[in-house]
Write a new protein. Sequence first.
Lengths: 409, 124
Amino acid sequence: MYNVDKIREDFPILKRKVHGRQLVYLDNAASTQKPIQVIDAWTNYYKEHNSNVHRGVHALSQEASLMHEEAHVKVGKFVGAKNPMEETVFVRNATEAANIVAYGWGMHELKAGDEVLSTVMEHHANIVPWQFLKDRGVKINFVDIDSEGNLNIEDMKEKLTKKTRLVTCVHASNVLGTINDAKEIGKIAHDNGSLFMLDGSQSVPHMQVDVKKLGCDFMIFSGHKMLAPMGTGALYAKKEILQKMHPFLGGGDMIHEVTLEKSTWNDLPWKFEAGTPDVGGSVAFSAAIDYLNKLGMDNVRKHEKEITKYAIDKLSGIGGMNIFGPKNEEKRSGLVAFNVGELHPHDVAGILDSAYSVAIRSGQHCAHPLSARLGQTSTNRASFYVYNTKQEIDILIEGILKVKEILGK
Amino acid sequence: MAYDIYQENILDHYENPRNFGHILNCTAKAHDTNPLCGDMFDFEVAVSEGRIQDVRFNGKGCAISTASASMLTEKIKNMTVEEAMKIEREDITEMLGVELSHVRIKCAMLPLKVMKLALIECKK
């Protein structure tokens, strides 16, 4: 039985008052709040086990190394990796993961004339690292969307060429909420002889994602969007790809042998984790996975679908609302972007915050090309997670009605 | 309730922005954006003998940035370029007459930045 009230008890910050009112936190697509179990795991690590990993033979170093390694296994298993430890590289965030692929794979494997196929609905993390490859003569193409905000698969097939070495797309859009058919896109990529990369930043926290079933060669995601601390995230990549891939950062822990002339690389995944890692973050990331596993990802998805449907129904009832993305909640993740007539999102979000203590995102959501494609200067976005309730949506709605009253449009 | 920043004068300037539009033969113009929210403003100035004879703005922004732009045009008309270049953040908050948060102050400051860019163009 999914008990939201009980879940909320685990999140100290949700008890906080902001501007004298109970906080309503609806900015989960940017970063989620952390349960006490995750906070405790982090502090417990520093209270009891703190030491550098993979270096000492003393007890604390061995404990820390084991905890760090176990965290990799847990995260890898969570996304269905065949070799959970070797195929899970810990990073600071999904952006860093994308850069490892662009630098470690793209800069070495791609040559002038090769192509990368991305989409117009990407977060900057899945656009900008590929633009770095343009200096090498690599061409970047972008698949368009249809009027409802679904990826145009026909356009993808047309833009795919024999030169396309990588197809990369977001699993769930951070603006439109659209859930892309990753399995189909992966198959299209592989049938063309291209590799397939998935940005799971907005899907891994919200639903069951299995890299084997989806056919991912690479998948990037952030820990802080799924209850873990900021500064945590992971790159999944197939073992055989990581083995051949060039390391991104060089230095401590990522080497096997070093002479003044050359170096050889450490085993996976350490080859891609240069320098002292964020072990406290790893341990807390692991605790976040435990928390989500206990809830059950199918239950998480079911809860978010209910909240999203409720929010879309209520928002649609307000005059002059412009709601973006697919209308069917089966085809979208737990977020909804909208505009209140012509009102500027900063005014909307500003009043929601100051008068109703409702935290939503306003702006371009690190997806400027998508804003341009939608013809919007910016949008509001309410995004939901395991602890949000229908009562909170009601407060959002009450706030929007007040915004319309104050700004009189 | 706490939506004090949406004072009557701010809403008035937002709904009826002053000096909104273009100058036929402007001396200089400038454009800038706030990448956080996508706000964008253009300022056009007509300067003769070091004095701002006319100023117009256009673009898209929130209530705070639009009101700030509108009030700023009224403030600087007939000022010398030197005087206008001395306008600072404190002058903008005083002009708006409201306390702005760390984030919203950026909204209020964009028009001043664009205006100064235009005035720098004049000097070239």
